[in-house]
Design a protein around this ligand. Structure first.
Ligand SMILES: C[S@@+](CC[C@H](N)C(=O)[O-])C[C@H]1O[C@@H](n2cnc3c(N)ncnc32)[C@H](O)[C@@H]1O
Length: 214
């Protein structure tokens, strides 16, 4: 039987702000449980309000390991005022800038998962530069421009242990479905020869690191 997240986690996921549909969330959870067998941290780029983090946290709790989630909490390009994914409820009235950190903290608190997550507030490439520990899973769901997606792949890919899983969200082979920067890093990972594809669910791709040469 495939392991499933706790029902309370699924309920929290459904009610959290965010962009991931349930079937992709369950595929992310399955990947996290698989990768957790390595006993290494699970890392997410792109926390937003914690919707996907909940699933990594639940998998980390089950395995007795830790999930790490990285975000500057100022939102991606498409989440800024005037753009398609803007939510005025996550604007700090004092600074006028987006700040998703308070919503993220409430999400984890109410789900009882705070103890299983380390939240890092910062820019992904800058955090990657000072991060030394090997990782069991890298989930890339940060900025969706080529600059950001490539930076995430180049910054975090080499930290993934052999046998670990690289998970990429919003992979759209057809440009009619969305921006293609995540698709390009997915193709790049496969072309490197360092990864085998494990699964595809909606726009979520799971690859296993099988060798060096990222
Ligand atoms: C698509 S949202 C993440 C959604 C989240 N994984 C979920 O399922 O609800 C992308 C997030 O990446 C963050 N982000 C974008 N570029 C970043 C960067 N260079 N460093 C850190 N965070 C970044 C944004 O602030 C935003 O919260």
């Amino acid at each position: 039987m495939t392991a499933a997240p706790a029902p309370e986690t699924v309920a929290a996921f459904e009610s959290a702000k965010g962009f991931m549909p349930r079937h992709e969330g369950l595929a992310l959870y399955a990947a996290a449980r698989d990768a957790a067998a390595l006993g290494l941290p699970l890392l997410e780029v792109g926390t937003y309000c914690g919707r996907s983090t909940l699933l990594l946290a639940d998998a980390a709790r089950a395995a007795g390991i830790t999930a790490v989630t990285v975000d500057h909490h100022r939102g991606s390009e498409e989440q800024q005022e005037g753009w398609e994914y803007h939510d005025p409820a996550v604007v700090d009235p004092e600074t006028g800038r987006m700040d998703t950190l308070p919503a993220f903290r409430r999400t984890l608190y109410h789900a009882g998962l705070e103890d299983h997550v380390i939240a890092v507030v910062g820019r992904s490439p800058q955090v990657a530069r000072v991060w030394a520990a090997p990782l069991g899973l890298v989930f890339i769901d940060g900025g969706h421009t080529d600059e950001h997606a490539s930076g995430d792949y180049e910054g975090w890919g080499p930290k993934l242990a052999e046998g670990g899983l690289l998970v990429i969200h919003d992979v759209f082979p057809d440009p009619a479905d969305g921006g293609r920067a995540p698709y390009r890093i997915y193709r790049r990972a496969l072309a490197s020869g360092a990864f085998d594809e494990v699964s595809a669910t909606g726009s979520l791709r799971v690859l296993r690191r099988t060798g060096p040469g990222i």
